[in-house]
Design a protein around this ligand. Sequence first.
Ligand code: ZN
Length: 138
Amino acid sequence: MNEDFLRRAIELARSAREGGDPPFGSLLVGPDGAVLAEERNSSITDSDITAHPELKLARWAARELDPDTAAGTTMYTSCQPCGMCQGAIARSGLGRVVFALSTEQLLGLKSGGDFPVVPTEGPALFEEAKAAVDGYYD
Ligand SMILES: [Zn+2]
């Protein structure tokens, strides 16, 4: 763990807040220790609920990095990635995540607590749904 990179992520979080957005920031550090990209949360100024810095960096990495480089990359982030970002990070092939605040610590600082859970139903229509997927991954 490199605390200087974590401090930079916290600095990006402060900068997001100063710009009118939620206080979260992240950066990607390559296998050689070079900073490859930095992002701030911009969900308010972009009117985009998905504009979390971790998601923006995961999308950037999947587009711009070859798989070996991505696997050697560490994301330093001011707060533990949310479920949405964790999914994108896993799909992007990044090697590691280092965070400052945990989700639990964040929730302790936040009024209103956690996000609501949306009711979900399924599975259903297995044969019909299976036909759309069958053979795709062969
Ligand atoms: Zn997120």
